[in-house]
Design a protein around this ligand. Structure first.
Ligand SMILES: Nc1nc2c(c(=O)[nH]1)N[C@H]1C(S)=C(S)[C@@H](COP(=O)(O)O)O[C@H]1N2
Ligand SMILES: [Mo]
Length: 321
């Protein structure tokens, strides 16, 4: 007989949303069937949410939006899924092996601050309210490497519309989950966990700002920031916060994680610019992680036609790093 035990990832019943209830029912159903198979593999095999089918799997692949084209090949998944940056789990580049405790469900997203519709909803409920599409985007890390990824997600302006920002809201502050049991580097007191990033409301509603749930035509694996991460392709990669659990609308410019750690090197704006070197290296060119070839870096990572207008008149601010 299957006896239900409380596991680390479970939320208190009082916090259960429709999604939470759905998922625990599903887990019970799935676990019964799995237990038979698990008797060969050992009982631990039945205890992983990640062994269950992803409840959003049927939404993939989403139709590709042809508006966003690449000037280079898509980076093979074997490369882009093994060269990652996710400091909560690893300070190295092969992050996936350090994510064995990470689960993509249940996943609650909170929307709060200066909004008409503060709410907390499960990721699968959120996915019912938005339109998923695939976009091919270039990605440029501040460490001068780059790749090109077929992301699946929805325009961030859809989430802003759900929130209904009040007139005073000027910024969106985003926060990653905090769970040192799952992400062991969150015990490292040298860093100000949880990871935080922010955009102006104008940036968040720019058509390029994309909230990503999938990659390569399927739900994203954990190392890509599943089940919800930001992608802002005209900015350095550290702005693309992973594992988001909270969007707070505010009138104050958020202090982002890397800005707090090392403000002289990583600023709030972080727009890609080949002419403004990082204090410790040049940004004039970048290395393609798939081929090892270098190519010249482009202003706004080549997305100036979409975003340059956001910064008109702000040249005096440090909008480049
Ligand atoms: N929560 C969180 N988000 C994060 C990071 C991180 O360490 N933690 N790293 C950032 C950096 S520096 C980059 S370059 C991108 C990397 O995304 P990728 O692994 O999908 O290529 O994620 C960004 N988002
Ligand atoms: Mo990065």
């Amino acid at each position: 007989m299957y006896i239900r035990r409380r596991r680390g990832w479970e939320i208190p019943e009082s916090a259960a949303t429709p999604e939470g209830l759905y998922f625990s029912r599903r887990e019970l159903m799935g676990a019964g069937a799995m237990l038979a198979a698990a008797s060969l593999a050992g009982p631990a095999a039945a205890q992983r949410v990640s062994d269950l089918p992803d409840p959003s799997a049927g939404l993939y692949p989403a139709a590709r939006n042809p508006r966003y084209t690449l000037d280079r090949p898509v980076t093979p998944e074997a490369k882009s899924s093994t060269v990652n940056n996710y400091y909560e789990f690893s300070y190295g580049k092969n992050v996936a092996p350090s994510m064995s405790r990470f689960e993509r469900r249940p996943w609650l997203v909170k929307i709060d601050g200066l909004v008409d519709n503060p709410q907390e909803l499960g990721i699968d409920d959120l996915l019912k309210k938005v339109q998923l599409e695939e976009r091919l985007y270039r990605h440029r890390c501040v460490e001068a490497w780059s790749m090109a990824v077929p992301w699946t997600g929805f325009a961030m302006k859809e989430l802003v519309a759900l929130a209904g920002p009040k007139a005073g809201a000027k910024y969106v502050r985003m926060e990653t989950f905090l769970s040192p049991k799952v992400a062991s580097n969150q015990r490292d007191f040298r860093y100000p966990w949880p990871y935080v990033e922010g955009l102006t409301l104008a940036e968040a509603t720019n058509e390029l700002a994309f909230l990503v749930t999938g990659v390569y035509g399927k739900p994203a694996p954990g190392q890509f920031g599943a089940p919800l991460r930001l992608v802002t392709p005209w900015k350095y990669g550290f702005k693309s916060i992973k594992g988001i659990v909270r969007f707070s609308f505010t009138d104050k410019q958020p202090l982002s994680f890397w800005e707090e750690v090392q403000g002289a090197e990583y600023g709030f704006w972080a727009n890609v610019n080949p002419k403004v070197p990082h204090p410790r290296w040049s940004q004039a060119s970048e290395e393609d992680i798939a081929t090892g070839n270098r190519r010249p870096t482009e202003l706004f990572n080549g997305y100036g036609e979409y975003v340059a207008g956001l910064y008109a008149g702000r040249e005096a601010e440090k909008i480049w790093f």
